[in-house]
Write a protein that binds this ligand. Structure first.
Ligand SMILES: Cc1cc2nc3c(=O)[nH]c(=O)nc-3n(C[C@H](O)[C@H](O)[C@H](O)COP(=O)(O)OP(=O)(O)OC[C@H]3O[C@@H](n4cnc5c(N)ncnc54)[C@H](O)[C@@H]3O)c2cc1C
Length: 392
């Protein structure tokens, strides 16, 4: 029988390796970085040494050359212990590394990816702006050609890995902008590095509800001068890069929710077996059984949908929006609800840090917003479904 979640021996080995790393190294630091709202750069470098940062990147740049299922495996396993660290992992490994691996030239891949893959750099992707999120084509960052350079002006908001501390920028970013005078859907993408003139950290955003182990920042481009060979793809054609990358991002985010749900089921199951009330284990009460059994079934449904979609898509493809939005729509709310069930089963103990589920619940909420809101998925999916009479 085909194992949907580990279709080859390499996938199974990857899962075992990441789970061991997550349980030994990631778990130990998760609560501390949530409390202090700090990104663990040393752990990021360790993930690089293990080959996780380049799991989908080409072997010629030091990557493992694996597929979307492998990416899901890493996201599920890391998120089961620390969704905040995993969000930073996603921004680096999918939004930057995989994006550039798919859309960049060989020269750009060779310049940026070896350092990104081994963890020497911390990278991300800049799409959202203070005034444009869901309406991403409303972005206002501009680019203008000036001899052998481009000049960028604008601000990007909510950028994961934008800062690695309160004052220090991340290392390199894929930035979507619009050439002056270009049409609404005519976007152009650039790699912008720390140190390029006019590129600065606006602010590190503090007091997030969850995902506090990842940093979020506003980045500013003020007459920012970028060499012409930092343009990724042709002018005005980056919409396709964005669509390709959003699809794989959404599958990765869905896998994060699956990890949150799995951990939540494990926690409530163990607790309800051990804790007694009125002289009986909690799991003898029907209302508690409902949380455990329904939570498990919801988790399994989301997990099967996620891995089925991941197994069907290529990393450089687009055109799978219905189901890449679909897994994110279903799993993000599923993960949040299963974490909520776990808190309820644990009562007061669920409400504090010791049993992890309060952190998972706070982290889970972001997945209904980042990488596309629930409402954006509903809109996209209804549009795609309206073109079909019959479903496969
Ligand atoms: C922690 C965190 C990390 C992030 N990381 C990144 C990153 O690394 N890179 C990046 O580019 N972005 C990132 N984002 C941004 C994220 O993708 C956006 O927050 C998201 O796309 C929503 O945009 P918005 O916040 O501007 O909300 P808005 O688009 O203003 O939406 C507000 C509300 O209105 C609803 N809405 C808007 N338009 C419609 C419509 N047509 N129909 C119905 N409802 C609508 C939305 O669904 C939402 O409920 C991050 C955000 C957070 C919070």
């Amino acid at each position: 029988m085909v194992d949907l979640y580990n279709p080859t021996p390499e996938h199974r080995q990857l899962r075992e390796m990441v789970r061991a790393f997550a349980e030994k190294e990631v778990e130990a630091q998760a609560l501390e970085h949530d409390r202090t709202e700090t990104f663990n750069v040393a752990l990021h470098r360790m993930a690089g040494e293990l080959g996780l940062l380049g799991v989908t990147a080409g072997e010629d740049v030091g990557g493992a050359g694996m597929d979307a299922v492998a990416s899901c495996i890493v996201h599920e396993e890391l998120s089961a212990v620390d969704p905040g660290f995993c969000l930073a992992y996603l921004a680096h490994s999918l939004l930057f590394v995989n994006n550039l691996n798919v859309n960049g030239t060989d020269a750009q891949r060779q310049k940026y990816l070896p350092d990104a893959v081994n963890g020497r750099t911390v990278c991300g992707m800049c799409m959202s702006e203070p005034g444009a999120g869901t309406d991403v084509l409303g972005l206002r960052t501009t680019a203008r050609r000036d001899g052998e350079s481009y000049v960028l002006n604008g601000a990007k908001m909510w950028i994961t890995n934008g800062a690695i501390s309160k004052t220090e920028l991340g290392d390199a970013f894929l930035v979507y902008a619009r050439m002056e005078g270009a049409g609404r859907s005519e976007l152009t993408m650039f790699v912008v590095e720390k140190g390029m003139p006019g590129f600065s950290l606006g602010q590190k955003i503090e007091d997030k509800l969850g995902m506090r182990a990842s940093t979020t920042a506003e980045l500013v481009f003020e007459n920012c001068v970028v060499p012409a060979d930092s343009r990724v793809g042709e002018e005005n054609t980056a919409m396709l890069c964005m669509m390709r990358n959003l699809e794989i991002e959404r599958v990765g985010l869905a896998a994060m929710s699956v990890g949150i749900a799995r951990r939540s089921v494990e926690v409530m199951n163990g607790y309800a077996r051990d804790r007694t009330s009125f002289g009986e284990p909690l799991n003898r009460f029907g209302q508690i059984q409902r949380h455990i059994a329904e939570g498990y079934a919801e988790y399994m449904a989301g997990r099967a949908y996620t891995y089925a979609v991941a197994g069907a898509i290529g990393l450089g493809e687009s055109g799978n929006r219905l189901d890449t939005d679909g897994v994110k729509l279903f799993c993000s709310t599923m993960g949040k609800n299963v974490a909520d069930r776990a808190i309820q089963v644990l009562g007061g103990y669920g409400y504090v840090g010791e049993y992890t589920v309060e952190r998972l619940w706070r982290d889970a909420k972001l997945l209904e917003i980042g990488g596309g809101t629930l409402e954006a998925h509903q809109k996209n999916m209804t549009r795609d479904l309206s073109r079909r009479d019959k479903l496969l």
